[in-house]
Every structure is written in structure tokens, then in C-alpha cells.
Design a protein around this ligand. Structure first.
Ligand code: ADP
Length: 595
């Protein structure tokens, strides 16, 4: 037995699987019933063979016509059974297709409504696992589980009815190996459960050691300590091997006994043994043993099938739980059509804004300030003060826990998303490019933009010449023949924002991923683009913000100081301290146009 099959990979959330299956449950039940009826019919030929043999052996003479009818009935039942099983499979696969389609659409629709900030805290692998892997795993449940249970259950049921109808005493003794199977099997389960925890912990340690080893391989090699990294991996493997032996040793004997009990040859031996005994005692005729010889060993296959499919179920249950969890991801509150408003102007106001990512950790507290149209506001503060959070709230990656943010007098919650992003553009540190042409990447927010407009945006972003140098120019595909450096990606993100030409622009450490040459290009691009915009700049370097109209100094999520560079220096508070500490470079400002 595969040890990984002994326990579900994830705890089961009650109701998950039934919720996922709800839309197709009726079809799956019909498919299972069709498969069960089909399996029953395919066993009729065995009963026909047994009947013909019994009549022939009884020497009572069998008419050729009667034999012909019996054979025809057997063949007809066999084909009808196969047809019903195929119909059941077809129905289950169609239902699976319907459900898969429904789930993928529902997940994508849900994800399109979750806050953008949700994605930043999750790896795309997690979403891919649910949309692709988990839905594929569910296929084994929807397309195969019900029909397999139907087929196996139908075959077992009809066999038992038939055997008891033939001779109940012989039926009971013929079935004796089966309780033996369950006895050994439950013993194996108990033995594996006792060692399961050590086994899973060993697996977890190997996973961690592998990730640590692979992630850190460059650093470890560079610092010449590869032996140490190897040794942690080796130790995890040795511990796992010990846990594996502990897990499998008590399992092997019990499972071998369990499987031996229901091996067809073992079952046949029991039937023949008791059959001989019964015939010797004169309790039944020799010919009456034949149905048991033909049918009883056939019970082994369906029984094992049921056993294996139940393990598949545990995997599918874990997958259903993850898919269900994704479908219940909290979504961003969308304004009802009658609540939607249009901003009047582009003044941005933070009014008593507070935010907590989780219950214990208040990141922002009661922050209020205003971005006057056409002005530049810089947010500064120590790392972790809440600067990026403030920017993300303005972009509605999340909604504030308390207070509100307004654009042109309208609460962001009452703005349609498309309207919000028409008014507020952003260039963030973390640039996301899609697997598409450079042209499509630039025109992501305005797919209808003309080639001239796209090129003009790329020129402002100092990227046009670089794109022309790519093998297929604007048609080069990111990740294929367009390998862009961090700085170039950032300029592409600026080109995206330029194309949208929003009245409000949020810049978050826009030059973080750039080298010196690229940084100069980015600064030039931004200086051209930002003129006339209402700017909110988050930067760790004061040289990029010292000429801003207002500087907001955040400390521990609270607004500590507010004013212009000179005023704040004169106040000798945190801003002056940060300046004096040299946490920021003191070169001439380039990003923010002087106002
Ligand atoms: P700054 O930009 O000033 O460095 P941030 O706004 O990035 O600060 O972070 C402020 C605090 O919020 C930090 O303590 C950080 O750990 C926490 N934080 C940031 N993003 C998240 C998130 N997605 N989930 C939970 N906590 C977060």
C-alpha cells in the first residue's frame, strides 16, 4: 500500500465536497445507477454458464433451443451491461466537464473581485494549484468515483444475491475470506496511524531541507559552507528513512495477509474446500458448487477497487477544500449601481484613515491629509512605518479599516474600479509583466491604444530605442525574446501609466530595481511625465522628495509631521533626524518637479 494514501493531505472541511458537487450531484447519481445496473447485467453470462453446466451435468438433457436462448440472453445482457456502463461514464464525464468549467469561471470571477493586495501576499503558484491541479484532482472524484462505486457496488450486490439464492449455507462459507481481509486491513490501518505523524513530520523536514538547500545554494557555495547545507539535507533524509521503516514495517505483514486473503486463488481454494465437504456430506450436488466457483473469486476485483477509490476520495476532498476556500475569498465591496458616483475634480483626501492587516497589528492610525490637484506630496518615514500601505489604500489594493479616502469628493468605495484606475495611475516597485508582446504589456490598461500612442508612451518612458533593439521590436514577447532588466521593466511600467495619462499618480520607490544608468533614464522619464500630475511619492531617499509641496512624515503608522522640507528641518523632529542620520542620500532632486 502506498503510505501517502493512508491519510488525507489536508484536514477535511465538512461540506466542502458536497458544496463543490452540488450542481452536478443528480447527474452523478444517475451515472452511478447506470454503472451499477450495467455491472449487474455483465455478470449474467456467468449465471448462464453455471445454469447450462448444471443442467448438462444433471443429465436431464437440455434442448438445443433452450441452450440457444440462454446463450443469447447472456450475450444480450453482456452488451446491454457494457452499454449502460459506457453511458454512465459518458454522463459522469460530461458532468465533470460542466463542473470544471463552472468552477474555473467562478474562481476567475471571484479573483477579479478580490482586493489587489490579496495577490501581493500570495504566490501565483497557490492560485495555479487551485485552478489547475486541484480541479484536475477533482476530476477523479466527479468523473470516476461515482461510476466506480456504482460498478463495484452493483457487481458485489448482484453476486451476493445470486450466491445466497443458490445456497445460503455455501454462500456463507464461500465468503469467509472477506471478513479476514477486513480484519487484517483494519490492523494495518491502526499500525500506520500510530506512525503517520512521524512519517509526515519526516516528509515536512525533507521539504524544508530541499527548499533551503535549493534557495540558498548560491550563497552557501559562495561562502564555502556547502558541506553544512548538504549535511542538513542528508540528516533529513536519514530521519525520513527511519520514519519510513517504522511506518511500513508493521504495515507490510498485515497488508500482505489482507491481500492474500482475497486473492482469487485463495477464495477459489476456500470454495472448493467447502464445496467438496458439502458434496461429500450430501448437502448439495456437485454441479451446484459451480456458481460459487465462477462468481465468488469475481468479488475480489470490485472490493479492491472500492478500497483504492476511497483513498482517491481523500485527495479529492483536500482539493475541494482548497477550491472552496478560494471561492470564499473576501471580495472588495463593489458600489451598487445606484450608489456609483463620479469624482468632481481630482483632489485626494485621506480622512482619519486607519488600517490593520490582521487583528493584532494596527499598521495605520487616524491619518488625515489632502493632495491638492497638481501638487506633489512625499511620504517619508522609517522602514515599516506604513508608507506603502498608505499608497496601496489609495490604489484600493485594500479598503481602510477605519476612515475613508476620497477622490474628487467621492469615497473610493463608491467609485467603479475602472473609473478609479482611469483617475489614479501607479508605478510600483514590484512590476508585473504578463506573458504577451511588449506592445500588449504597455497597452494593458488601454488595449484600444494605437501604435503611435504606444510608441509615444514608450518614448516618454525612455524605452522606445530599447524596444526597437529587440528581435521583433514591439512584437517581442516578454519572457521569450524580450528579456528586460529590472530598470527596463520599471520604464515599461511607466509607459503603461503614461498611456493612461491619469490625473493622479502614485510612485512607490520607483527606482528600487534599477542600476545607475537605468535609474537616470527612469528619473528623466518620470520628470517629463509627472509634470502637472497630482503626485504621491513614496521614497526612502529624501533627495527625490525634498522639493515636494508637502512632506508627510509617518512614524509607527501615525502622521507625526507635515510640511515642506525647510519647515520640517527647522522643527528638528523625526524628519530632521532622518536627514541627519543620512538614511537618505543628499543629491539633487530629479523625480519631483519643483512646485
Ligand atoms: P513601509 O512602506 O513604510 O516600509 P509598509 O506599509 O510596507 O511599510 O508596512 C507597514 C507594516 O505593515 C509592516 O509592519 C509590515 O510588516 C506590515 N505589512 C505590510 N504588508 C502587509 C501584508 N500584506 N500583510 C500583513 N502585514 C503587512
Amino acid at each position: 500500500m502506498d503510505p501517502q494514501h493512508t491519510a488525507p493531505a489536508n484536514p477535511v472541511v465538512p461540506g466542502s465536497i458536497s458544496q463543490v458537487l452540488n450542481p452536478i450531484r443528480g447527474r452523478l447519481i444517475v451515472a452511478a445507477l447506470l454503472a451499477a445496473a450495467g455491472a449487474m447485467l455483465t455478470l449474467v453470462p456467468l449465471a448462464v454458464i453455471a445454469h447450462i453446466a448444471r443442467v448438462a451435468l444433471a443429465d436431464s438433457g437440455i434442448a438445443a433451443a433452450e441452450m440457444g436462448w440462454a446463450v443469447a440472453l447472456g450475450v444480450a445482457c453482456l452488451f446491454a451491461g457494457m452499454l449502460l456502463i459506457s453511458l454512465g461514464e459518458l454522463l459522469a464525464h460530461l458532468a465533470d466537464n460542466r463542473m470544471t468549467h463552472h468552477l474555473r469561471r467562478a474562481i476567475v470571477q471571484r479573483l477579479s473581485r478580490v482586493p489587489l493586495g490579496w495577490f501581493s501576499s500570495r504566490a501565483s503558484a497557490e492560485v495555479k494549484q487551485a485552478i489547475q491541479d486541484d480541479i484536475n484532482t477533482l476530476h477523479s472524484l466527479t468523473a470516476h468515483f461515482y461510476t466506480t462505486v456504482g460498478r463495484a457496488g452493483g457487481a458485489i450486490l448482484i453476486s451476493l444475491i445470486y450466491l445466497f439464492a443458490m445456497d445460503w449455507r455455501m454462500a456463507i462459507v464461500s465468503l469467509l475470506p472477506f471478513p479476514g481481509f477486513f480484519l487484517f486491513f483494519s490492523r494495518a490501518m491502526k499500525a500506520s496511524e500510530a506512525n503517520m505523524q512521524a512519517f509526515s513530520a519526516g516528509m515536512g523536514r525533507i521539504d524544508n531541507a530541499v527548499v533551503e538547500f535549493v534557495n540558498g545554494i548560491a550563497v552557501v557555495k559562495a561562502f564555502g559552507d556547502s558541506g553544512k547545507a548538504h549535511s542538513r539535507y542528508r540528516q533529513a533524509i536519514d530521519e525520513f528513512a527511519q520514519a519510513f521503516i517504522g511506518f511500513t514495517r508493521p504495515l507490510v505483514a498485515s497488508m500482505a495477509n489482507a491481500n492474500a486473503m482475497i486473492a482469487p486463488v485463495a477464495v477459489l481454494s476456500v470454495v472448493l474446500l467447502f464445496g467438496t465437504l458439502f458434496v461429500a456430506q450430501g448437502w448439495i450436488a456437485a454441479a451446484d458448487v459451480l456458481p460459487f466457483v465462477l462468481v465468488t473469486p469475481g468479488l475480489c476485483g470490485p472490493l479492491l477497487l472500492l478500497h483504492y477509490i476511497t483513498h482517491e476520495l481523500s485527495h479529492a476532498t483536500g482539493a475541494a477544500r482548497r477550491v472552496q476556500a478560494l471561492l470564499q475569498t473576501p471580495v472588495l465591496e463593489a458600489p451598487a449601481p445606484d450608489m456609483q458616483q463620479s469624482p468632481k475634480g481630482c483632489e485626494v483626501r485621506f480622512e482619519g484613515v486607519g488600517h490593520a492587516y490582521d487583528a493584532e497589528h494596527q499598521v495605520l492610525t487616524d491619518v488625515s491629509f489632502c493632495l491638492a490637484p497638481g501638487s506633489t506630496t512625499a511620504i517619508v518615514g522609517r522602514s515599516g512605518a506604513g508608507k506603502s500601505t498608505l499608497a496601496r489604500l489609495l490604489l484600493r489594493f485594500f479598503d481602510p479599516s477605519t476612515g475613508r479616502i476620497t477622490l474628487g469628493g467621492v469615497d473610493l468605495r463608491h467609485l467603479e474600479c475602472s473609473s478609479l484606475y482611469r483617475h489614479i495611475g501607479f508605478v510600483l516597485q514590484d512590476v508585473r509583466l504578463i506573458h504577451a508582446s511588449v506592445r500588449d504589456n504597455i497597452a494593458l490598461g488601454r488595449p484600444s491604444a494605437s501604435q503611435q500612442e504606444i510608441e509615444a508612451a514608450a518614448r516618454i518612458a525612455n524605452l522606445h530605442e530599447r524596444i526597437l533593439g529587440l528581435p521583433r521590436g514591439y512584437d517581442s514577447v516578454v519572457g521569450e525574446d524580450a528579456a528586460l532588466s529590472g530598470g527596463e521593466q520599471q520604464r515599461l511600467s511607466i509607459a503603461r501609466a503614461v498611456l493612461l495619462d491619469p490625473p493622479v499618480l502614485v510612485l512607490d520607490e520607483a527606482t528600487a530595481a534599477a542600476d545607475a544608468e537605468s535609474e537616470a533614464a527612469i528619473q528623466d522619464a518620470l520628470a517629463h511625465f509627472a509634470e502637472g500630475c497630482t503626485l504621491l511619492v513614496i521614497a526612502h531617499r529624501l533627495d527625490t522628495v525634498m522639493h515636494a509641496d508637502q512632506i508627510i512624515v509617518l512614524d509607527n503608522g501615525a502622521l507625526l509631521e507635515q510640511g515642506r522640507h525647510g519647515e520640517l528641518l527647522a522643527r528638528r523632529g523625526l524628519y530632521a533626524q532622518l536627514w541627519a542620520q543620512g538614511g537618505y542620500s543628499h543629491s539633487e532632486p530629479r523625480v519631483v518637479p519643483s512646485c
